[in-house]
Design a protein around this ligand. Sequence first.
Ligand SMILES: [Zn+2]
Length: 216
Amino acid sequence: MKTSTVVKAAPRDVKALAASTKPSRQEAQAAIRTLLRWAGDDPDREGLLGTPERVVRAYEEWFGGYDVDPVDLLQRTFEETEGYDEMVVLRDIRFESHCEHHMAAIIGKAHIAYLPERRVVGISKLARLIEVYAKRLQIQEKMTAQIANTLNDVLQPKGVAVVIEAAHQCMTTRGVHKAGVTMVTSRMLGAFRDDASTRREFLSIIGNPTSSAGGD
Ligand SMILES: [Zn+2]
């Protein structure tokens, strides 16, 4: 009798595992041809001939976040803050992501704040951090937590706040067809969690997306 062993990859090995089992470009294009046929069309008609290749290229862009380590990205921080200890806020950062349940687009904006303790980071790095997590298959709650936790772990500030407002095309173009609905998620750490006035200041700077965006 044969026994099989299931080896579960630890989270840090997911990337290595994905690389070793990554299908070829030809295999990916063949999968798109299958989906075109599944949709009811003919992948050999003129208008669709280049589509598998284009879709695969689009995927490289939409899912480019898997190739970037978000911790490395933030590693180069500026240690000298010259005593600056006020809130740093970056608001209305547009992002595009895809939901992991339907692979449909999630389009929205993120607001990030932190209260520095010694270290600050360039604002372009904050925007890149959002992009790295957005360009993966996501659920909004997870993405919100990942951004906040990474910022908290690397910068070790007095507090971190992340609020994300987004529309999910799996909700607006199919299923319940609720157009115009946006989902708001937030994660508050440190001073933003413990101190109501710090949290209020942040929420008022970003325009109070909803009255419920104060908890966790
Ligand atoms: Zn979905």
